[in-house]
Design a protein around this ligand. Structure first.
Ligand code: GMT
Length: 371
């Protein structure tokens, strides 16, 4: 099949998932075209045989801001016609899905549109009145819609009153990446001074300040470092807060990193105290490297992390309980080792790449069989 994939080029999960799907499909012999404003970090086009098409909205004095959605729709229509695409797969509804529907119209309905809902395109931004009608239209008019968790499907139906047809296809870990090629029986090494780690886009929904407060409590009994990876609107304020702490030198703000796996593999506990999380790809990636997760029992996280087996789940904002769980993992090496093994097994047994790529291929074939 000839498949166009549109996504954000950020370090965030939806761009990573879209890139990995593209690579997986290309490895199976499909012709894959990625459309985005820049090459997504996960897409190593020197190594993977996928085409990349940059979307560049031209400025014009009349426009108050660049018209990305229109430029994307035009690029989708252009690429569909030039390469005779069968499918446009839109990742994150806003604006990719409505742009894809416009492109479909521009191509006399000769291309099918598959939309994957990722998270805040439903739970936060999509529910905002300024985007709601377009997201609802995309859910109704796409040839197929998928969601990355059961939680997200239910949330879509509850919020938009449509979406019974949505298929749940979870995110996945990739066996082709260096990060996932450690021997099966190798668990995370237990270091003399352990590190806690958090990876996110530092948006309010991630509650990174909770991570720091958990660390402050854990530090009272267990010596450890804190590694914070990523960047975003909350980083500066949190960094200012941390600079006032006596153990500021043990908190490492590393910014955006291409090789997060290098830090994950050396860490003892991953902390994810999000306010909402439709899936939690960063948690899955930590688990795949044998790092137990302490997180909120929210959104799609309980579909991924089994409480007291792969890590610990707690109510939103319950910093005391999360700190106790982190401390227990640091202090009890047997517990940590058991959870490390379960996490890794859970990641590969339940969230492996093969059945996810199979599922997307099956959807493409199905929508193409409907003339
Ligand atoms: O929705 C967002 O805020 C960003 C989005 C992204 O592009 O990373 O994250 C969502 O999609 C990821 C990939 O499917 C999921 O792993 C994240 O849980 C989800 N984020 C939220 O629901 C907050």
């Amino acid at each position: 099949m000839r498949i166009g994939i549109s996504c954000y080029s950020t370090f965030g999960g939806s761009g990573s998932v879209a890139s990995e799907i593209g690579i997986g499909l290309s490895n199976r012999g499909h012709e894959v075209h990625i459309l985005s404003s820049a090459i997504p970090p996960r897409l190593n086009i020197h190594r993977n045989e996928v085409y990349f098409h940059e979307v560049t909205p031209s400025p014009y004095p009349l426009f108050e801001s660049p018209l990305y959605g229109d430029a994307l729709a035009s690029k989708m229509a252009d690429i569909t016609q030039k390469y005779n695409l069968d499918i446009i797969h839109a990742h994150y509804a806003i604006p990719h899905a409505s742009s894809a529907l416009l492109a479909k119209m521009a191509c006399d309905n000769k291309v099918k549109v598959v939309t994957t809902l990722h998270g805040t395109d439903i739970t936060i931004v999509g529910a905002d009145p300024s985007y709601f009608p377009m997201v609802r239209l995309a859910i109704k008019q796409s040839d197929a819609v998928t969601a990355v968790s059961r939680f997200l499907k239910n949330q879509t139906i509850e919020t938009f009153g449509v979406g019974d047809q949505i298929e749940v296809i979870s995110n996945f870990v990739c066996s082709h990446d260096l990060i996932y090629t450690q021997p099966e029986n190798q668990t995370t090494p237990l270091h003399e001074v352990p590190s806690l780690i958090h990876v996110s886009n530092f948006r309010p929904v991630k509650r990174v300040l909770d991570v720091v407060k958990i660390y402050e409590k854990v530090r009272m009994t267990s010596p450890c470092n804190l590694i914070l990876i990523g960047d975003g609107p909350d980083r500066s304020e949190i960094e200012t807060y941390c600079r006032k702490l006596p153990f500021w030198n043990d908190i490492h703000f590393l910014g955006k990193q291409n090789q997060v796996e290098n830090y994950l593999a050396k860490s003892s506990v991953f902390i994810l105290p999000s306010e909402t999380e439709s899936f939690g790809l960063s948690a899955l990636e930590a688990m795949s490297l044998g790092v137990p997760v302490v997180a909120t029992a929210i959104g799609g996280l309980p579909e991924l992390i089994r409480d007291k087996i792969d890590g610990f789940l707690h109510p939103l904002g319950d910093i005391d309980s999360m700190a106790r769980s982190v401390s227990s993992l640091l202090e009890d090496k047997v517990l940590r080792s058991q959870m490390s093994v379960s996490s890794k097994k859970r990641a590969f047994d339940s969230f492996g790449e093969k059945h996810v790529i199979d599922a997307y291929e099956a959807i493409y074939q199905r929508v193409l069989s409907h003339k």
